[in-house]
Design a protein around this ligand. Structure first.
Ligand code: MOS
Length: 722
């Protein structure tokens, strides 16, 4: 049972578009990030020198010139680095895998660290790093997919999902279908590009390591450093009060953190390490390259009879990560005959990692563009086709889908967007030299739950304090927790403090995978109920005063939420968030330029805690969809394995001029089958399906069905000429 108000009255706090409580500190510079935590002179600076070959061996490594520079304290290479663990490739969790730096002379990918220079200033360290001279013996590497590359069928995809599923008889069902679509598409790798690059300040005090770091999840640092440095929780103090974005790239620990920790140990002094923007393209994980095939069979009424989704993706053989791309199809549409598959190919690139909407972003791009093709083959409206295949039962597990509002999102969106103005034929709507097109796509995102504990206290100073190790990666964690505590206790939000992201605070699963808000507010809800009961005072504006009258030293209580694995009835329901994306764009008939005109997203993600911060998450995701369809992709040089466009000048991300007004509607409806607060996540949802809506709008505008993403101007122009 939820004790939070489910009505839309003026008195409720949860559900109001309250500004970020940390906003003033951020815009005045008072909120300091990991790299700002030590000023010049307070910490040594580490800068990496990195490999300039894609595959092979270090032959010679001359560090003498660097070491001779005044102010250079230490040069760490494979020759002198202290023991810090070995790669545990068998660990199924990519985010807790030990990845030692400078572990030997073997080069596994371009940009791999070969030395870490520690100096008094950043400029010195960078200068010295440039003076390190390495020679190599290159070996042939596989940097681009080619038929015949090592191919395997893993048993599991990321997050423990089975890699393959079968229901009914896909081959028979597909062959017997009256209407069939067989579509393939290729997507380039992505790198998450948070504004704040990965950065860590490390300091040892005896056997205890103090870290201030830019990270999503303290839990994963604890687990990884236990295996890597043998550090128990009692010897590890982590603080990450402000984090400038993550998008999955700050779930696992990277060379900034392990390098700073190792260097601080070796020098006996505080050390900080931050990646350059260019290093983000070799020292963080990659969203893998994908090739996908989607086959859809339907009857004449547009009911799916067969749905097959096969994924071939890059997964580094020595450090595997199988993005769960085909899983998106398992709960999306009803169909009796089904098949999903993941196969992997090895490339000599950095390991894969979760990059926002892992699974859904590439997966929905493939499935939802195939749905558009099917709608055309059937001559059924694309919105209508999706509605006809909606279901209240999970098509693969057979259990009820909770909070399923897909049809509502589609219908509401179509009405609001003016979908009836869409021309059924491509190239049918023109505005001068521009072709105008509209596209739609469904959104679905899986819902996770992780073990979480939260404490809430009445302090002797007369305030309420919420305590959790959750990070706020820019999403509004401080604000939503204060809102929940304010509403649960009846205390004005100005009297609530929120202490986050310190390893001594009650532990949870951090911010990632769209689970931060749901895990933590559900545990906080329980903590507040416990506090009200322990205090023996009812909620209201006088709650603190009355509680302190009985408990003058203050009083606190804890609440917890079990993990999915420890929730016995978890698998009796299938929990997801949903949405519908609508896009209108224009394609210039002569130049192929694409201008996005309008975007609408309608989303159902359970209770919306704060429509302002939630909107900002969804909006960012929708723009990521634009990016994946039309801009963003890592171009790997097939000869050397380096990312050619490894900076923000050439790794194209949408800018303000690319993005029109964005309309977002949230169906604010608690899903109490998810948790007692009824909240699910919005972090990834906006990026689920949106790129397919762009691709479908592109087809509707100019008649080109893109097969490779992002769609480059050159390929669009030549396709339009045909
Ligand atoms: Mo999520 S992949 O932690 O944006």
């Amino acid at each position: 049972m939820s004790r939070l108000d489910t009505t839309h009255t003026d008195t409720r706090i949860v559900g109001r578009p309250i500004n970020r409580l940390d906003g003033p500190r951020k815009v005045t510079g008072a909120a300091t990030y990991a790299y700002e935590r030590a000023r010049t002179g307070e910490a040594l600076i580490g800068v990496y020198a990195t490999a300039t070959i894609g595959q092979g061996e270090i032959a010679t490594l001359d560090t003498r010139a660097a070491q001779a520079m005044p102010g250079v304290r230490l040069v760490i290479t494979h020759r002198n680095v202290i023991e810090h663990g070995t790669l545990d490739a068998g660990n199924p969790g990519f985010a807790t895998r030990v990845r030692p730096i400078m572990a030997g002379t073997r080069i596994h990918h371009f940009g791999q660290p070969i030395a870490l220079v520690i100096a008094d200033t950043f400029e010195l360290a960078r200068d010295a790093a440039c003076r390190i001279v390495a020679t190599y013996v290159s070996a042939p590497g596989m940097f681009a997919y080619a038929q015949g590359n090592t191919i395997g069928e893993p048993e599991r995809a990321n997050a423990g999902f089975p890699a393959a599923t079968d229901r009914g008889d896909f081959d028979g069902g597909f062959a017997a279908s009256a209407f069939r679509v067989d579509r393939t598409c290729e997507t380039l790798p992505h790198y998450a590009q948070p504004l704040e690059p990965h950065a860590t300040l490390a300091r040892w005090e005896g056997e205890t390591l103090h870290l201030t770091t830019s990270h999503q999840t303290l839990l994963y640092i604890k687990v990884t450093l236990k295996a890597s440095l043998g550090l128990g929780e009692e010897n590890l103090i982590i603080s990450a009060p402000f984090v400038g974005g993550g998008f999955g790239s700050k779930l696992a620990i990277h060379a900034d953190l392990i390098g700073a920790a190792v260097a601080a140990k070796m020098t006996g002094l505080p050390v900080k390490v931050c990646f350059t923007r260019q290093q983000m393209f070799s020292l963080t994980g990659i969203r893998p390259w994908h090739w996908q095939r989607v086959r859809l069979g339907a009857d004449a009424q547009g009911r799916l009879t067969a749905i097959g989704h096969e994924v071939l993706l890059y997964s580094n053989a020595r450090d595997p990560f199988v993005e769960q791309t085909a899983t998106v199809t398992r709960s999306l549409y009803a169909a009796p005959n089904r098949l999903t598959r993941h196969r992997v190919t090895h490339l000599d690139l950095p390991n894969g990692e979760a990059v926002r909407a892992p699974g859904e972003l590439p997966g929905l791009l493939a499935v939802e563009t195939a749905m558009d093709e099917l709608a055309e083959a059937l001559d059924i409206d694309p919105v209508e086709l999706r509605v006809r295949n909606d279901t209240t039962t999970d098509p693969e597990s057979g259990v009820p889908l909770t909070g399923r509002s897909l049809t509502e999102c589609l219908r509401l969106g179509a009405e609001r967007f003016g979908w009836s103005d869409r021309a059924r034929q491509p190239r049918a709507r023109r505005d001068g030299q521009w072709f105008i097109g509209m596209g739609v796509a469904s959104a679905i995102r899986m819902h996770f739950q992780g073990a979480t504990e939260v404490e809430v206290a009445v302090t002797p100073a007369g305030r309420i304090e919420v305590r959790s190790d959750l990070t706020d990666i820019g999403t509004g964690s401080y604000t939503i927790l204060a809102q929940v505590a304010a509403e649960m206790t009846g205390v004005d939000i100005s009297n609530i403090d929120v202490a986050l992201a310190h390893s001594r605070l009650p532990a949870g699963g951090g911010s990632g995978g769209s689970w931060g808000a749901s895990n933590t507010t559900a545990a906080l809800h329980a903590a507040c109920l416990a506090l009200l009961e322990r205090a023996g005072v009812s909620a209201g504006t006088d709650f603190v005063r009355e509680a302190l009258a009985i408990h003058p030293a203050g009083i606190s209580a804890r609440g917890s939420l079990p993990s999915m694995a420890n929730s016995p009835d978890w698998h009796e329901k299938s929990r997801h968030t949903y949405g519908a994306h609508f896009v209108e764009l224009a394609v210039h008939g002569l130049t192929g330029e694409v201008k996005v005109r309008r975007m609408l997203g309608v989303f159902a993600a359970g209770r919306i805690l704060n429509p302002k911060t939630a909107r900002s998450q969804l909006l960012g995701g929708m723009i990521w969809g634009l990016s994946a369809a039309l801009r963003e992709g890592a171009e790997v040089d097939p000869r050397h394995g380096n990312v050619v466009n490894a900076d923000l000048a050439e790794y194209l991300l949408p800018v303000h001029a690319d993005v029109p007004d964005i309309d977002i509607v949230m169906l604010d409806r608690p899903d109490l089958d998810a948790n007692p607060v009824g909240v699910k996540g919005v972090g990834e949802l906006g990026a689920c399906g949106s790129s397919a809506a762009f691709a479908n709008a592109l087809y509707n505008a100019c008649g080109v069905r893109a097969k490779k993403f992002p769609v480059h101007l050159s390929s669009l122009l030549s396709a339009m000429a045909q």
